[in-house]
Design a protein around this ligand. Sequence first.
Ligand code: SF4
Length: 506
Amino acid sequence: SNRVPWILGTHLHPEVGPLDRAPSGSRVCMIEAHGFARRKPYHHHKLTLVFAAMRHVRDELREAGYEVEYVRTETFREGLATYFDRHPDDTLVAMRSPSHRSGDRFADLVDAVGGDLELVGNELFCSTRAAFDEWADGETDAFRHEGFYRWLRSESGVLLREDGSPVGGEWNLDEDNREFPPDDWAAPPVYEPELDDLTAEVSEWVAAEFDTWGSTSDFPWSVTREDALAALDHFVTERLPEFGPYQDAMRADDPAMAHALLSPAVNLGLLHPWEAVTAIEDAYRSRDDVPLNSAEGAIRQFLGWREFMRHVYRHAMPDLAEASQLGAERPLPDLFWSGETDMACVGGSVGDVYDRGYSHHIQRLMVLSNFATLWGVDPDELNEWFHATYVDAYHWVTTPNVVEMGSYGSGVFATKPYVSSANYVDRMSDYCEGCAYDPDQTTGKGACPFNALYWDFLARNEDDLRSNHRMGLLYGHVDDKREDCEMDEIYQRVSELRTMEREGEL
Ligand code: SF4
């Protein structure tokens, strides 16, 4: 039978997998299903991005001589039925999607409409499932990122010296990456793709067709491979040198800082992560303006963290999606959707997400997830919010990042919760300067909510966390606060904060 590549919306790379192996003139299947987009309040930019990118690939493949069967439909099942009606003898060949059970689900759907499907390995990653599983089998700490990252660096030769040791002598230079920029620092320019006609049309259609969240204008994302390559080149040339030192810093008026902003393109398959890794390493080796901490820090995101998330997800699902080892079960405060709050850090970060479906990783971890975790939000609810609102979010990406890293939901790889009081936000951002709350106060009117919530979080999770050696020191402070009767005031403040939240006044 005729083996036909089925190009999913997140597998758009023309030089990877079944599409790469199909010569011009071949038939290609693409199914643009809309039903999923009605099930959550997705960000307008997120839907625009995926549908515009798919339609661009369709047009480019047609131009290159492919016969693209492009089916626009409500569900994948209907789309597949239409496809096999037209081409009953074809066998579709698709790369596995990293989402849990998606392979089985697609196999069932194809089976139900009487078609044939062959699933092949996903080549849009730097590591394979088999290689990870073989390595992990002999590791006691397979689910610790650092060991995984060193293994991948060693296997791939990235930033290695000839004797196999890391360039610069250290594997991880994060110690150098916790600076806050001086007042007169101007972030390097951001790459701004032009909005082409096709994308403008998709953007309008998405706004009319779906019940979306977020801004429907100022769409800033690359929707073609050519543009994604230009964005990569721009990042490496202009922004990479300063990425490292300021990667954990936040400024209220500067959502991009020196971040790569490439995750949406990589997660759609417009860029291969190897292309990013190679470009960054080449820049480090050929230029003298790229410090090692910037190159290593950026490479660790693409080669280490992203791959690690995928493997952890694969091994920890389905339990991970529902995990809440601390018993957190509060609903997500409405201010995550409305952005209406006097907390400058939370409101500013939600505003950034509203504007473009993006905020950088420290806003995600130390502002939004931190606040939700201190508040006691059910990790699953927070995960759903990230999944719907971020342009680069897919279930396999957000579930380990949000449920585990952000919420300490299961302990599969995080060794402690990533929570902090206002102290961290004040040190690493300029939010507190413009905030209605006082980062130095814990109780009383006007005291920063993060502070009382932080001590309340430690106290209410004492049974789970006190024995954790990374938390032990903090419980000394909890003991002191109990002795000084300060905890009662803290509980009082938390109860005020909960009332304020209910009344929309937090
Ligand atoms: Fe955020 Fe508190 Fe700082 Fe306000 S004072 S910006 S709420 S950490």
